[in-house]
Design a protein around this ligand. Structure first.
Ligand SMILES: O=C(CO)COP(=O)(O)O
Length: 250
C-alpha cells in the first residue's frame, strides 16, 4: 500500500515569521492525521526555523531545489548536506518553473535526483506537458522522455523510494485542473513506463498530482487508483485550505 503524500510547495512566498506562523496554525489543525503524510516545502531562508517549529509533529520538511555538487565555488547554490542540515527529508526536483525560468533540463534533473538519493533525501521529481504539447497530442511522448531521462540510472531500491509529481504546466496557478480522468490517464502511463525501467518499484513509487489542487477537487482526484497525493502551490499557503487538502474535505 502506498501512503498518500500531501505536499505544499510554497514557492517564492513567505518570510521567516510568516512561515512560522502558518506552521503553528497547521500543527494544531492536522495533529491527529496519521493516514496521510504531510510535507511543507518553504523557501530556503525559512527552512531552519520551520524545522524547529515542526519538531515532534507529523509535518515533514522539504526544500524546493538543490545543487548536485557537494561544496565549492557555486555562488547562489545549495547542497544536499546543507538542506539535510536544515532538517529536510524531501526535495522538489525539476519543477516546471525551474525548467521554464532557470534552464533546467532532464539531464540536470537527473543529476539532482541522484544527488538527493545519495544523500538519503527523497526527491519529488516533477514532470508535465505544456498546453501546446497537449494540444499537439505529444503529452505521452513528452512525459515518457522526462521520466526516462530524469529518473535514469538509479537503483531499484532508490526507484521505489522516489516520488514523482505529474504537474501539467497548463494547470499550474491557472485555476484549470486536469480532470481526475485526465490525471489518472497520465499517472497510470507514468507507472507503466516506470515498471519498464524499475520493475516492481513501480508499485511502490508515489505519483502526486499538481496543478490547481484545491479543497473542491481534492477528494475526486484522490479517488483515482494511481494518484497518491498532491503537490500544491496556492492552496497550501493558508493553514485552513491546506488542512482541508490533507483531510480531503471541502
Ligand atoms: O506548481 C504547483 C505545485 O508545485 C501547483 O501550483 P498551484 O497549486 O498553485 O496550481
Amino acid at each position: 500500500m502506498r501512503k498518500p503524500l500531501m505536499a505544499g510547495n510554497w514557492k517564492m512566498n513567505k518570510t521567516v515569521s510568516e512561515s512560522v506562523s502558518i506552521i503553528k496554525a497547521l500543527k494544531g489543525a492536522v495533529g491527529g492525521v496519521s493516514d496521510v503524510e504531510i510535507l511543507i516545502c518553504p523557501a530556503f531562508t525559512a527552512l531552519y526555523e520551520v524545522n524547529n517549529e515542526i519538531k515532534g509533529s507529523n509535518i515533514n520538511l522539504g526544500a524546493q531545489n538543490l545543487f548536485w555538487e557537494a561544496k565549492g565555488a557555486f555562488t547562489g547554490e545549495i547542497s544536499t548536506a546543507m538542506i539535510r542540515d536544515a532538517g529536510c527529508s524531501y526535495v522538489i526536483v525539476g519543477h516546471s518553473e525551474r525548467r521554464q525560468y532557470f534552464g533546467e533540463t532532464d539531464k540536470t534533473v537527473n543529476k539532482k535526483t541522484k544527488a538527493a538519493l545519495a544523500a538519503d533525501i527523497t526527491p519529488i521529481v516533477c514532470v508535465g506537458e505544456t498546453l501546446k504539447e497537449r494540444e499537439n497530442n505529444v503529452t505521452f511522448s513528452v512525459i515518457e522522455k522526462q521520466v526516462r531521462d530524469g529518473l535514469a540510472d538509479i537503483t531499484l531500491q532508490q526507484a521505489s523510494l522516489t516520488v514523482i509529481a505529474y504537474e501539467p504546466v497548463w494547470a499550474i496557478g491557472t485555476g484549470k485542473t486536469a480532470t481526475p480522468d485526465q490525471a489518472q490517464e497520465v499517472h497510470s502511463f507514468i507507472r507503466k513506463i516506470y515498471a519498464q525501467m524499475y520493475k516492481e518499484s513501480a508499485e511502490k513509487v508515489r505519483i502526486l498530482y499538481g496543478g490547481s489542487v484545491n479543497p473542491g477537487n481534492v477528494s475526486d482526484l484522490m479517488k483515482k487508483s494511481d494518484i497518491d497525493g498532491g503537490l500544491v502551490g496556492g492552496a497550501s499557503l493558508e493553514a485552513e485550505s491546506f488542512t482541508k487538502l490533507v483531510k480531503y474535505s471541502k
